[in-house]
Design a protein around this ligand. Structure first.
Ligand code: FES
Length: 270
């Protein structure tokens, strides 16, 4: 059993938990993830590592289905049955020059750990956070502290630029030389935003979030198409070259179990 030392609600349906898991924190690197089960018969859910502090790993997630709602309901001091990790290939951290990290919605959760690693590698780091409205913005203060510059966009204009993170990325690319970009958020947002860097040939990474089961390359459920080839996001990724990802294929695969997920959630809520 693994103890949840802290549990907080960050915004509507978005939660932060800190799990005591030294086997994860000892080896974790930016861009990796864990797979959690709330109980022995529970579903396995992949969640990105958002921060490491001593033996604690921070995970931020949106309660959307049965398991994430169950996870959100566990109070501080409670426990989960498993946390497997760190899994996946770490982010490609090196000295690029100027890097931009774009986080959208709950995808912002993954940005501090990558921003920190890029800073430590000697890069200038610019953060761009986008959300539906100011209430859905998370980790703003933390990212402001890590990044050399932080820009905000909200769909309704309640904070920062009135519009999308992609608008700010395009503007930034016009203003100064950008050498590498990370975009992490909903699949449609990553697809659209990565078009901003395509013509300029700027190295751009996205962190994919397909359906996963084992997380070790055995089941094939996380397969996606990158550069015309089949890749397993859990071992070959989750980060890939944004300009090579077949986003339409990914979105189609993400919808496979939608009806089953709805059914499982309503049964759990009854
Ligand atoms: Fe099973 Fe990736 S989750 S192969």
């Amino acid at each position: 059993m693994y103890i949840i030392e802290k549990s907080l609600k960050l915004s509507e349906n978005v939660y932060e938990i800190w799990v005591n898991a030294p086997h994860v924190t000892r080896n974790a690197k930016a861009g990796q993830f864990v797979i959690i089960r709330t109980d022995e018969k529970g579903e396995r859910i992949p969640l990105t590592i958002s921060c490491i502090s001593g033996d604690l790993v921070r995970i931020i997630f949106m309660a959307v289905g049965k398991t994430t709602h169950a996870l959100a309901a566990i109070p501080a001091g409670g426990s989960i049955s498993d946390i497997a990790g760190p899994l996946g290939t770490p982010s490609e951290i090196k000295q690029y020059g100027t890097c931009v990290l774009v986080g959208g919605g709950v995808g912002i959760a993954s940005t501090p750990v990558i921003a920190k690693a890029l800073k430590e590698a000697g890069n200038r780091v610019i953060g761009i956070l986008g959300a539906r409205n100011a209430n859905f913005l998370i980790l703003e203060d933390e990212m402001a502290e890590i990044c050399d510059e932080l820009l905000i966009a909200t769909d309704d204009g309640s904070k920062g630029h009135h519009g999308f993170a992609a608008d700010l990325l395009k503007k930034k690319i016009d203003e100064e030389q950008v050498n590498a970009v990370w975009i992490i958020g909903p699949t449609i947002m990553m697809k659209v935003t990565s078009n901003a860097t395509r013509d300029k040939g700027i190295k751009t990474f996205v962190s994919l979030n397909p359906i996963m089961v084992d997380g070790t390359g055995m089941c094939g459920s996380c397969r996606c198409v990158v550069g015309g080839k089949t890749k397993f996001a859990c071992v070959d990724g989750p980060e890939f070259d944004a300009h090579e990802v077949d986003f339409d294929n990914l979105m189609q695969r993400q919808r496979y179990y939608m009806e089953h997920e709805k059914e499982a959630l309503s049964t759990w809520q009854e």
